[in-house]
Design a protein around this ligand. Structure first.
Ligand SMILES: [Zn+2]
Length: 460
């Protein structure tokens, strides 16, 4: 049972000095005592903050970073990118999926992410052939997370069609994604059973999007979920693209967020990923549900999605978290910085996320994302307090922009000083997974990744 000593730590009541943190054998924080020097404890050398949850990930896409930035035609957009992604996914075999995920997850923990929600839709073999164990690829991805030591909320995805008026795919890459509600629930059950008793593995459900899932199938999957876990997280991509909004209005008669709120019992278990295109009424309604907005600023910028209505949503009390989604960046601080900078560029003012209650933009963004991210993962994390998982990040005490910063500037210096190492050590569920900037298996995992993707990069 480790006892840790932090020179300063960010607790629910704010920064505190000489903090003793006790953790039990299962990785839960049992006691936090500020102002308590303890010479017998294991000393953490920098300021300690809660670990960040990464609430939206498609792990295999990490191996595509840099492969989709060349213009093949006069008008590249989300839809042309998606075509490349589908071709890329078509070729992957289980060993590659696992090797890519492990490499990505090493990068995540080194950047200060302590948990991930994996929105996993690559279920089947080529042409939709079922693996002998239908949960094969889900189990590979979860195994990668556990090898690395990252906490994971696995979200098998229900996917049935390419667009609002498409039929089920019978061949091609999309057949690898397509499943019945029963099959997806079976995969959920298989992952939960394989990792029963591990507090760092959770299972939820994802609905790919309104365009990819008809209402009847969504209802069936949601109806079957409580048998697995009545408080399981539910995630959905929604209103990411203008064309998706237009198609939704044309076929379902309402904008996607409005339609979803009218046809599903959206509450605090839900994470609405992107929610980029909302009108004022949708913003207010969504904020009132208690659901988390799953914002992925670097991916949304990379894909040209559009800009989330952050000031209006925060003013309405909405919860949010961040995800690295397509993994063109694996850095929570870059996500937070870009979230704010996008708003500054459009509104032509500064400190957009800050408000009357919290004047520090960096603190407002970090604290909001830590809390909303933990909620979206369904994980007792995000606070250094008794009853929470010991998910801790020790900031690098030698990083020039943050060293010696006074408490009230530390989060601002952390978020708004890009470049260089900020994270020194990372603990997930009471276990050190990064020490002095390194993961103990990073070399082997990188070698396996390089071998796995060598052929893929040429093929793309
Ligand atoms: Zn996504």
């Amino acid at each position: 049972m480790p006892v840790l000593q932090a020179p300063r730590a960010w607790l629910p009541q704010g920064w505190a000095g000489d903090v003793r943190i006790e953790i039990d054998d299962q990785g839960w924080i049992t006691e936090v005592a500020p102002g308590t020097p303890d010479r017998g404890a294991q000393t953490m050398v920098g300021a300690v903050v809660p670990g960040m949850a990464n609430l939206h990930s498609h792990a295999f896409q990490r191996a595509m970073a840099g492969l989709t930035e060349r213009a093949a035609g006069p008008s590249e957009d989300f839809w042309s990118w998606r075509g490349t992604m589908h071709r890329f996914a078509a070729a992957l075999v289980p060993d590659q999926v696992e090797a890519i995920a492990a490499q990505l997850y090493v990068e995540m923990v080194k950047a200060g992410y302590t948990g991930v929600a994996e929105f996993h839709y690559l279920h089947h073999g080529p042409a939709g052939r079922r693996y002998e164990d239908m949960a094969e690829l889900s189990l590979r991805v979860v195994a990668a997370a556990r090898r690395v030591g990252l906490a994971i909320t696995h979200l098998p995805v229900l996917y049935q069609r390419d667009g609002f008026t498409s039929g089920p795919p019978s061949e091609g890459p999309l057949a690898r994604f397509a499943s019945s509600p029963d099959e997806v629930l079976q995969i959920c059950g298989a992952v939960a059973a394989a990792h029963a008793g591990d507090p760092d593995v959770a299972v939820g459900l994802a609905i790919h999007s309104l365009r990819a899932v008809p209402k009847a199938a969504m209802d069936d999957a949601l109806a079957g979920l409580p048998a697995l876990n009545p408080s399981a997280p539910v995630h959905i991509h929604v209103a990411e693209q203008v064309r998706e909004v237009e198609d939704c209005v044309a076929t379902l008669g309402a904008r996607p967020v409005a339609w979803l709120l009218d046809h599903a019992e959206v509450d605090g278990r839900w994470c609405l990923v992107h929610a980029t295109h909302m009108d004022a009424e949708e913003v207010a309604r969504m904020a009132a549900t208690g659901a988390v907005a799953g914002l992925c600023p670097t991916t949304e910028a990379n894909l040209g999605d559009g800009l989330f209505a952050l000031p209006e949503y925060l003013a309405a009390g909405g919860a949010f978290g961040i995800g690295s989604d397509s993994h063109i960046s694996v850095d929570p601080l870059e996500e937070l910085r870009l979230l704010e900078y996008g708003q500054r560029l459009v509104h032509r003012r500064r400190a957009v996320a800050a408000g009357d209650l919290e004047p520090s933009t960096g603190l407002r963004l970090f604290a909001g994302a830590v809390e909303g991210g933990a909620q979206a993962l369904g994980r007792r994390s995000g606070h250094i307090a008794p009853g929470y998982r010991a998910d801790l990040v020790v900031l690098d005490p030698l990083a020039p922009p943050i060293v010696d910063q006074p408490d009230h500037h530390l989060f601002d210096a952390l978020v708004f000083s890009g470049g260089g190492r900020r994270v020194r050590d990372v603990m997930v569920g009471g276990r050190w997974v990064v020490r002095d900037g390194h993961h103990r298996e990073e070399r082997q995992i990188l070698n396996a990744y390089r071998e796995a993707v060598a052929g893929l990069i040429v093929a793309a």
